[in-house]
Design a protein around this ligand. Structure first.
Ligand code: MLT
Ligand code: ZN
Length: 461
């Protein structure tokens, strides 16, 4: 990768307008900020800007309009669908330096933050006030709240608390023409026309740059129990889900297969259940241990649960959670092709059978790892790269399979992305989830907020 010079006339103009702006052009910086966790595209941005204020973000977007420079908004770059990739001479607009808590309001129970703050720092700030921000997932230490908002991130507690969009009381964005929009301003009720805040959430940086957010907080749940269950088959898993959902107040119900377990154990997690089992669930709920054991025993008597363990300490609970949360990291060396599908929960068993048959037929040599948020109807189907296969052949084969997967999803009324977003990875399949009329309207919305089409070009459609 070649360095861009700050003497480049367009960059010199930006530096002249904003003398305090941090602008990076070293090849190592371009590479670092130009990619996300997909690692599929070769990063090649023009430069990286690290603004420190909303005014600087506005000035950068205005400058981009004048010079017709594409802008890729960038948070923690932990995304898995290429939504933060800059591979074509774009300016990366990193919110990394805008990472402060701006205020806490005890009456409103809200926390106002800059977009570059990490999810973990949001959790810590909420806890410091005896409250929680309940959206949570394994990338919490690296991802940013702005990225979470841009993808409407879900994670491991959606079954109790919903997605990111439920927790955004107010949003400040810089639209594609550089205008600052303060959306909803922390109101609980606001029936005054279109909710532009919700339109921005999940728009993957294509409509505006999220710069600040007012987050709703809530009280922590009562002391909870964490359980690991081993299950013989998908039909049993569905029965257990229905049972646990009725009898225990679920916070999480997360699933993985024996193949996922093999990888996470090889990556240092501790085995908690002996023997061979097809499926596993990590579940967390607020109920006392006796109630939990009574429900567990009922499931075991029915033949739905083969084995299980309930955590007796915080350390054991963390070890059980690691079996689920460590999966992504354990698969990373195998360069997985990721699918992030969403279906009605009741449609999952039939869909799984169809997809297992499809993968066996179309890609028998690939190792496929299933895990995810089964309590939300959201599965991550990861296809691992077989040894010796070139990257290009692997991607071509995965795309062929994903087309068939998308067709199957369409038949079942599902979505090609549950929580990772469309980005670059899934845009060829958008039509399996959204009708032509919907996509035309989405393009129209993009035109309204970003008339020159400069924000996150090529993402979503
Ligand atoms: C997860 O649920 O662990 C994340 O969505 C990450 C992944 O799919 O790898
Ligand atoms: Zn997930």
């Amino acid at each position: 990768m070649t360095a861009t010079s700050l003497a480049h006339p367009v960059l010199a103009d930006l530096a002249g307008r904003l003398p305090a702006l941090r602008l990076l052009t070293e090849p190592s910086d371009l590479e670092h900020y130009g990619r996300d966790w997909t690692r599929r595209w070769m990063p090649a941005p023009l430069a990286v800007a690290l603004p420190a204020s909303v005014e600087e973000v506005q000035a950068i977007v205005c400058w981009a309009n004048e010079h017709r420079i594409y802008v890729v908004p960038s948070g923690g770059r932990t995304g898995l669908s290429g939504g933060a990739v800059a591979a074509n001479g774009e300016l990366v607009l990193s919110l990394e330096r805008m990472n402060r808590v701006l205020g806490f309001d005890a009456v409103d129970r809200t926390l106002t933050v800059q977009a570059g703050i990490s999810l973990q720092a949001v959790h810590d700030a909420a806890r410091a006030h005896g409250l929680i921000y309940p959206v949570d997932f394994a990338a919490r230490g690296s991802c940013s709240i702005g990225g979470n908002i841009a993808t409407n991130a879900g994670g491991i507690r959606v079954i109790r608390y919903g997605n990111t969009r439920e927790w955004i009381a107010g949003l400040t964005v810089v639209a594609g023409n550089g205008e600052r929009l303060d959306l909803n301003r922390g109101l609980i009720k606001n029936s005054s026309g279109y909710d532009l805040r919700q339109l921005m959430i999940g728009s993957e940086g294509t409509l505006g740059v999220v710069v600040e957010a007012t987050l709703k907080l809530t009280e922590p749940p009562p002391a909870s129990q964490v359980m690991l269950l081993a299950l013989p088959d998908m039909a049993a898993l569905m029965q257990v889900f229905a049972l646990f959902r009725v009898k225990l107040n679920l916070q999480a119900f997360e699933f993985f297969t024996d193949v996922a377990l093999k990888h996470v154990l090889a990556h240092g997690a501790q085995r908690a259940i002996d023997g061979e089992h097809s499926y596993y669930v990590v579940t967390e709920f607020d109920a006392d241990e006796d109630a939990a054991l009574a429900v567990f025993e009922h499931g075991a008597e029915q033949g739905w649960i083969s084995d299980g363990v309930i955590a007796q300490s915080e350390a054991q609970a963390a070890a059980l959670w690691r079996l689920r949360e460590g999966i992504t990291e354990s698969l990373a060396p195998h360069r997985p092709y990721k699918n992030d599908i969403s279906l009605r929960i009741s449609a999952l068993p039939v869909f799984l059978q169809e997809i297992q048959a499809l993968l066996g037929r179309e890609y028998p040599q690939a190792e496929v790892v299933w895990f995810g948020h089964i309590g939300d109807g959201n599965l991550h189907i990861n296809v691992l790269k077989p040894e010796g296969l070139s990257d290009a052949d692997f991607i071509a084969q995965c795309e062929h399979v994903t087309k068939l997967l998308a067709d199957t999803l369409q038949r079942h009324g599902g979505s090609i992305s549950a929580e990772h977003g469309i980005g670059l990875v899934k845009k060829a399949y958008l039509g399996s989830t959204r009708s032509e009329a919907e996509i035309a309207l989405m393009r129209g919305v993009k035109q309204v907020f970003d008339p020159k089409g400069l924000l996150n070009p090529g993402k979503v459609f």
